[in-house]
Write a protein that binds this ligand. Structure first.
Ligand SMILES: NC(=O)c1ccc[n+]([C@@H]2O[C@H](COP(=O)([O-])OP(=O)(O)OC[C@H]3O[C@@H](n4cnc5c(N)ncnc54)[C@H](O)[C@@H]3O)[C@@H](O)[C@H]2O)c1
Ligand SMILES: [Zn+2]
Length: 362
C-alpha cells in the first residue's frame, strides 16, 4: 500500500497542497477544500483519459456535492489552441459556470495548461484543481501555476500565471501510460536529480526497470521527490525571476531540438535528455561540472531508454534557434550542474565550444 504524502507550495494566500499517492482519484471529495459556494465542477479532460478514469472522478465529485459537466477536448498538443479555448469558454457560458464554481483538469500537461488558462480567464479567474495523469504533469506542469496555449507562431505564447487550489497526483493512473510517455517523464525527473535532489538519481540508477515499468511504489517516491523540488523552487520564485530559471537544465538545447524536428521526432523529455548530456559535457569542458558527470548522465539516461546520441542536426541551426529564444534576450545562457544536486547559470560560453559539444551528440 502506497502512503499518501502532502507537499505544500507556499505562496501566501495562494498557497496550496500537492497530494501524492495511489488511488487518490476516488478521494477527490475529501482531499480538496472545495470553495464553499461551488455548485458545478467543469471537468476538462480528453476521451482517452476519461474512458480510463472518468467514473471514479465523477463519483467523487458528486459526493462532494458538485454537479459534474464533463468537457472532452481533442488529444495531443493541438488541443492547446485558440479554437479549443474558445470552445471551452462557450461551454462555460452555456453551463453556466459561475464565479464560485470550479474547473477540474484531468489529464496530462496539455489538458492542465489549457484548462488552467481557461480557468484563469473565465470570469476574471475561477478556481482550478489540477489532477495530472502523466508523469510529466505530476512532477512538473501541474505545479507552479503556469498556464497557456500555443499559436501557429510558437508554443505557449499566450498564457497567465494561475495557481491551482490543489494538485492531486494519483500515481496509480501512471500504470496506463504508454511506456514511452513514462520514460520521457523520467527524463524530466532526472533533471531534478542534477539540479536539486541527488537521491532521485540514485533511485533512477538502482531501480530503472521498476521506474520504466510503472511500479507504483517507486513512482510514488519519484513523484514525491520531484514535486518537492518543483514546489520549493516555485515557492521561492513564483514568476521565474531567479531560481526558477534553474528548472531549464537541459532545456535550452532540448527546446531547440524539439523546434528543429517539428515537435514530432522527440517527446519533450527525450529532447531534454539530449540537452542534459550536452549540459554535462559543456560543464565538464568549462571546468564547472565535476569530472565524470557526463559519463554518469549518459549511464542514467541509457538505463531509462532515453536518447543520449544520434542527433542529426547542424550545430549552426541549433545555435540560431537558441539565440532567438524569448529567454535569450542577453545572449544564450545555460544552466550547468556543478555536481548532482546543484546547478548554476552560465552566460555566453564560447561559441566554438558549444558547437563542439553539440557535434558530440551525433
Ligand atoms: N505549465 C507548465 O509549467 C509546463 C511545464 C512543462 C510542460 N508543460 C506542457 O505540458 C504539455 C505536455 O504534457 P504531457 O507530456 O503530459 O503530454 P500530454 O498531455 O499530451 O499527454 C501525453 C499523452 O498521454 C495520454 N494520457 C494522459 N494520461 C494518461 C493516462 N493516465 N493513461 C494513458 N494515457 C494517458 C494523453 O492523452 C496524451 O496522449 C506540453 O504542452 C507542455 O508545453 C507545461
Ligand atoms: Zn521540461
Amino acid at each position: 500500500m502506497t502512503d499518501t504524502t502532502t507537499i505544500h507550495v507556499h505562496l501566501g494566500e495562494r498557497s496550496y497542497p500537492i497530494h501524492v499517492g495511489a488511488d487518490l482519484l476516488g478521494r477527490l471529495d475529501e482531499l480538496v477544500t472545495w470553495p464553499e459556494h461551488a455548485r458545478t465542477a467543469a471537468v476538462v479532460t480528453n476521451g482517452m483519459v476519461w474512458e480510463l478514469h472518468g467514473d471514479v472522478v465523477q463519483a467523487a465529485l458528486e459526493r462532494a456535492g458538485l454537479a459534474v459537466e464533463c468537457i472532452r477536448v481533442p488529444d495531443g498538443e493541438q488541443a492547446k489552441s485558440t479554437d479549443t479555448l474558445t470552445a471551452l469558454w462557450h461551454r462555460f457560458a452555456q453551463i453556466p459556470l459561475l464565479r464560485d464554481d470550479v474547473v477540474v483538469a484531468v489529464g496530462g500537461g496539455v489538458v492542465g495548461d489549457l484548462a488552467g488558462f481557461a480557468a484563469a480567464t473565465w470570469n476574471r479567474g475561477v478556481a482550478v484543481v489540477q489532477v495530472p495523469t502523466t508523469l510529466l504533469a505530476q512532477v512538473d506542469s501541474a505545479i507552479g501555476g503556469k498556464t497557456g496555449i500555443n499559436l501557429s507562431e510558437g508554443k505557449n505564447l499566450v498564457g497567465a500565471f494561475h495557481q491551482p487550489l490543489a494538485v492531486i497526483s494519483d500515481v496509480a493512473t501512471l500504470a496506463t501510460l504508454p511506456s514511452r510517455e513514462r520514460r520521457a517523464g523520467l527524463g524530466e525527473v532526472a533533471k531534478y536529480g542534477f539540479i536539486a535532489d541527488p537521491v532521485v538519481l540514485d533511485l533512477l540508477e538502482t531501480r530503472p526497470g521498476s521506474a520504466t515499468a510503472g511500479d507504483p511504489d517507486v513512482l510514488a517516491e519519484i513523484v514525491r521527490r520531484g514535486s518537492a523540488v518543483k514546489a520549493e523552487v516555485v515557492s521561492e520564485d513564483e514568476t521565474e525571476a531567479g531560481r526558477r530559471a534553474l528548472l531549464n537544465y537541459g532545456h535550452t538545447v532540448g527546446h531547440a531540438i524539439e523546434a528543429l524536428t517539428s515537435y514530432d521526432t522527440y517527446r519533450h523529455g527525450e529532447a531534454v535528455a539530449l540537452g542534459m548530456v550536452f549540459a554535462a559535457r559543456l560543464g565538464e569542458r568549462m571546468g564547472v561540472s565535476e569530472a565524470g558527470l557526463a559519463e554518469r548522465t549518459v549511464a542514467v539516461l541509457d538505463g531509462l531508454g532515453l536518447p543520449t546520441r544520434g542527433l542529426r542536426l547542424d550545430p549552426r541551426d541549433v545555435w540560431d534557434v537558441m539565440s532567438r529564444d524569448k529567454k535569450a534576450r542577453d545572449g544564450v545562457r545555460f544552466v550547468l550542474s556543478t555536481h548532482p544536486g546543484e546547478a548554476i547559470l552560465v552566460d555566453q560560453p564560447r561559441r566554438g565550444l558549444v558547437d563542439d559539444v553539440l557535434r558530440s551528440l551525433a
